[in-house]
Design a binder for this molecule. Structure first.
Ligand SMILES: NC(=O)c1ccc[n+]([C@@H]2O[C@H](COP(=O)([O-])OP(=O)(O)OC[C@H]3O[C@@H](n4cnc5c(N)ncnc54)[C@H](O)[C@@H]3O)[C@@H](O)[C@H]2O)c1
Ligand SMILES: [Zn+2]
Length: 359
C-alpha cells in the first residue's frame, strides 16, 4: 500500500517543490504529482524491466542503456528523437525513473527539449535519493571529463520510493551510504551515530522503518545547503567533502571504481588531511574509517596509482577555483569548512598514508 513517510519542501529561486519519501509510490506518480498532461517515462535497461510497469501508463517509455558510459549527449539526442516521435510538446513532463545517471541525462533532456519541459525525479538508488535527485543539477559526461555539459533544472517533484531499494545490488546500496555518511559528517552527527549503531551493510539496512528517517535527514542536509546556495557559488561546495580526492581516484582508475566507493576513500582522505593540518583529531579519522569499512566500503587508494597521478588529476578537476586546490576539511562531525590554502606537502602525506602499498 502506498505510504508517504516524509515530505520535505525545497525552495529555489524559481519556486519550490516537494520531496516525498515513502513506499509503493510508483503506481501513484500522477496523483502524487498532480500531473495530468503528456508524460514521457525515461528509465534504464535495469530499472525499466523491474519498475516501469508499476508506474501509471505513459505516452512513451524511453529506455536508455544502463551505466555511466551512456551519460552522454548521444543518449540525450536519442531521448529528443523519441520525445519528438511520441509528439511530446512543451506541456509535457519527463519522469526520470532510475539512478543518478537516468536523473542527470533525462534531467538535461528535460531542461533543453523545447527549451524546457517539466521534470519529475523518481530516484531508485540510495545515492540518487539522498544526493543526485535534489538540487537541480543535471548534465552529461564528455570524453574529457565527467559532468562537463549540463544545466540547472529544478524538478516539479521528487518521489523517493524506498520499495525500489529491495532490488538494488548491495554494492550500490553501500555507494549510497557513502553519500549518507558524507551528509552526516557535514551536518548531522546523529546520522553517523545511527549508522555506527546499525547492522552494517547487510540487508537489514533496507528495513524501511530504519532507512526512511535516515534518508529524510540526509536529503534535509542537501536541501538546506542548496537552498542557501542554489547555483554553487560558495557554501554548496561543502557538499564536495571527500570529492576532490574521489574525482581524482575515479579519473585515474578510468572510472573502474564506483563514485560512492571513491567518495568513501575520499572521506577518509579528507579526515586524514584535516588531522594532518591539526584541524581535527586522529580519533575522528579512525572513526570515519571504521564506519565506512563496516558499511562495506573501501578506504584505501587502489593499487598502482601514484600520488603524482592523483595530484595531477586534482589540478584538472573542474571543482578547482581559479587555479587553487580546494579542499573541504573537517573540524569535527557536523563542522566542515572550505580551505584553499592547503600545502601540497600535506596532501602528499595523506595520499602516502592511504596508498595500499603503504597501508
Ligand atoms: N546531479 C547531481 O547533483 C548529482 C549528484 C550526485 C551524483 N550524480 C550522478 O549520479 C550518477 C550516479 O548515480 P547512481 O549511483 O544512482 O548510478 P546509476 O544510475 O548508474 O545506478 C547504479 C546501477 O544500479 C542500477 N539500478 C538503479 N536502481 C536500481 C534498482 N532499484 N534496482 C536494481 N538496480 C538498480 C542502475 O541500472 C545501474 O546499473 C553519476 O553519474 C553522478 O555524476 C549527480
Ligand atoms: Zn558524490
Amino acid at each position: 500500500m502506498t505510504a508517504i513517510m516524509s515530505r520535505l519542501a525545497v525552495s529555489h529561486p524559481g519556486g519550490h517543490y516537494d520531496v516525498l519519501i515513502g513506499t509503493e509510490l510508483l503506481p501513484e506518480l500522477r496523483t502524487l504529482t498532480g500531473i495530468a498532461g503528456p508524460v514521457a517515462l525515461v528509465t534504464d535497461s535495469n530499472v525499466g524491466p523491474l519498475y516501469a510497469e508499476q508506474c501509471p501508463p505513459a505516452d512513451c517509455v524511453i529506455t536508455i542503456p544502463a551505466g555511466e558510459q551512456h551519460k552522454t549527449l548521444a543518449t540525450v539526442n536519442r531521448i529528443y528523437d523519441e520525445l519528438l516521435e511520441a509528439g511530446i510538446d512543451r506541456g509535457g513532463t519527463v519522469f526520470a525513473l532510475g539512478g543518478g545517471v537516468v536523473g542527470d541525462v533525462a534531467g538535461f533532456a528535460a531542461a533543453t527539449f523545447m527549451r524546457g519541459v517539466g521534470l519529475v525525479q523518481v530516484p531508485t538508488t540510495l545515492l540518487a535519493m539522498v544526493d543526485a535527485s535534489v538540487g537541480g543539477k543535471t548534465g552529461v559526461d564528455k570524453p574529457q571529463g565527467k559532468n562537463l555539459v549540463g544545466a540547472f533544472k529544478q524538478p516539479v517533484a521528487v518521489l523517493a520510493d524506498l520499495s525500489t531499494l529491495q532490488t538494488l545490488p548491495s554494492v550500490e546500496l553501500a555507494c549510497g551510504l557513502a553519500e549518507v555518511v558524507k551528509h552526516g559528517l557535514i551536518a548531522v552527527p546523529e546520522i553517523i551515530r545511527d549508522l555506527e549503531a546499525g547492522e552494517g551493510h547487510t540487508s537489514p539496512q533496507r528495513t524501511f522503518g530504519r532507512l526512511a528517517p535516515m534518508v529524510a535527514t540526509a536529503i534535509g542536509v542537501k536541501r538546506d545547503i542548496v537552498q542557501e546556495d542554489p547555483f554553487e557559488q560558495e557554501r554548496r561546495a561543502v557538499l564536495n567533502l571527500g570529492h576532490t580526492f574521489a574525482h581524482a581516484i575515479e579519473q585515474t582508475t578510468q572510472y573502474r571504481i564506483r563514485h560512492g566507493q571513491a567518495v568513501a576513500i575520499g572521506l577518509v582522505a579528507a579526515a586524514d588531511l584535516s588531522a594532518t593540518l591539526n584541524h581535527c583529531s586522529l580519533d575522528l579519522v579512525g572513526r570515519v574509517e571504521s564506519l565506512l569499512v563496516r558499511l562495506g566500503l573501501p578506504v584505501r587508494i587502489p593499487d598502482g596509482i601514484t600520488s603524482d597521478e592523483l595530484l595531477k588529476a586534482m589540478r584538472t578537476d573542474k571543482k578547482r577555483w581559479a587555479g587553487v586546490l580546494r579542499f573541504i576539511l573537517l573540524r569535527e562531525i557536523g563542522d566542515v569548512f572550505i580551505s584553499e590554502d592547503v600545502p601540497e606537502t600535506a596532501v602528499r602525506e595523506t595520499l602516502g598514508r592511504l596508498s595500499q602499498e603503504m597501508g
